[in-house]
Ligand binder design. Structure first.
Ligand code: PLP
Length: 385
């Protein structure tokens, strides 16, 4: 039996059509985009085309798109780039308590340089209240960063509304849209955002490729010194194959969204309905305002890792929300921020669907889970979990 892959929020397989588009740039078209002879110009033309493709999908201008090394780099560049550029204006950053570590750890790092961060609370569904953003803004605030959709529980945040508030108060607004990219439409104009981060491997593109959108007129300081690639936003010879793959993948995801989303949503809802028949189980994240592919749960009185291992033995790849550090399992900061008690937050399970999942995949996991949870729970109780 092959793997039933239900961890698409972690990463996705490269789409064969994306690989095909990338291949020439590993071999025949190996020019450096900065070289002025024909081979170099081919590389630059491929990058320019890719920039146009990405811009069209997210409704920006091509010049507002920078290709970077991953989603984490994009978040780092946006946050540090803005903080250091605006250091003379103020030292206050606002973010939410449920961000990815690429954002949270970057804000913590900036503490060392005299910045102070406000971490906004969320409600039980992991939703940020836009009014909290408005209330937190001071005359020292140089940046607000809130994610489009949460990577653990799938909740979609009220980005357009937060953006409206930031725009009115003239505070730059960054959005980590890594989980939203390829899954839901992104329109940087309608969302009122100034910077937005994407990662290609979340939408069937290559690993190690990210995008940073920076609205025209927004100035950030580059975080890597060297050549002046990407209009001075990032030094380093461009990864032409990666860039072509990123743009192709994003465009395909956009073209196929109307067809894929209803199918995945129906599978997700079927999965949620069946899993919630398990005693002492609950859905985490917003019941309706969530990513089409995210089904995440907590089971009271069990360790999520034990469920994962049991699923793995059946060839099912899933995830918990927890970060596991040197043998100790800490409950996820997202579930804690949502107010879940430890008996629940330790037993988290995230199942994230992809375009190739079938009804049979869903039925296999839904049939296996009740027994697994029951078994793990009885074992857990005997060792006092
Ligand atoms: N932001 C979010 C919300 C993510 O889910 C991830 C990856 O899981 C990242 C940032 C980091 O992206 P990358 O793996 O490309 O560095």
């Amino acid at each position: 039996m092959g793997t039933i892959y239900l961890d698409h929020a972690a990463t996705t397989a490269l789409d064969p059509r994306v690989l095909e588009a990338m291949l020439p740039y590993f071999t025949a078209e190996y020019g450096n985009a900065s070289s002025i002879y024909t081979l170099g110009r081919h590389a630059m033309q491929a990058i320019d085309r890719s920039r146009e493709q990405v811009a069209e999908v997210i409704h920006s201008r091509p010049t507002e798109i920078a290709f970077v090394g991953c989603g984490s780099e994009s978040d780092n560049l946006a946050i540090k780039g803005m903080a250091f550029a605006a250091q003379k204006k103020g030292n206050h950053i606002i973010t939410s308590s449920i961000e990815h570590h690429a954002v949270l750890h970057t804000c913590e790092y900036l503490d060392r340089f005299g910045f102070k961060t406000t971490y906004l609370p969320v409600d039980e569904y992991a939703t940020v209240n836009p009014d909290d953003v408005g209330r937190a803004i001071t005359d020292q605030t140089v940046l607000v960063s809130v994610m489009y959709a949460n990577n653990e529980v799938g909740t979609i945040e009220p980005i357009a509304e937060i953006g409206r508030i930031c725009r009115a108060k003239k505070v730059p607004f960054h959005v980590d849209a890594v989980q939203a990219g390829g899954a839901i439409p992104i329109d940087v104009v309608a969302l009122n955002v100034d910077m937005l981060s994407l990662s290609a491997h979340k939408f069937y593109g290559p690993k190690g490729m990210g995008i940073l959108y920076t609205r025209q007129g927004i100035r950030i300081l580059p975080q890597m010194q060297g050549g002046s690639q990407e209009r001075g936003r990032r030094a380093g010879t461009e990864n032409v194959a990666g860039i072509v793959g990123t743009a192709t993948a994003l465009q395909l995801a956009q073209q196929e969204m109307a067809q894929v989303t209803p199918r995945i949503t129906a599978l997700r809802d079927r999965l949620i309905e069946r899993v919630l028949t398990i005693p002492r189980s609950r859905l985490t994240g917003h019941p309706t305002n969530r990513l089409p592919n995210n089904a995440s749960f907590c089971f009271e009185g069990v360790e999520g890792e034990s469920i994962l291992l049991s699923l793995d033995m059946l060839g099912i790849a899933a995830s918990t929300g927890s970060a596991c550090t040197s043998g100790s399992v800490d409950p996820s900061h997202v579930l804690i921020a949502m107010g879940l008690a430890p008996e629940w937050s330790h037993g988290s399970l995230r199942l994230t669907l992809g375009k190739d999942n079938t009804e049979a995949d869903i039925d296999a996991v839904a049939s296996a889970l009740p027994n697994i949870v029951e078994k793990v729970r009885s074992l857990g109780l005997s060792v006092g979990v």
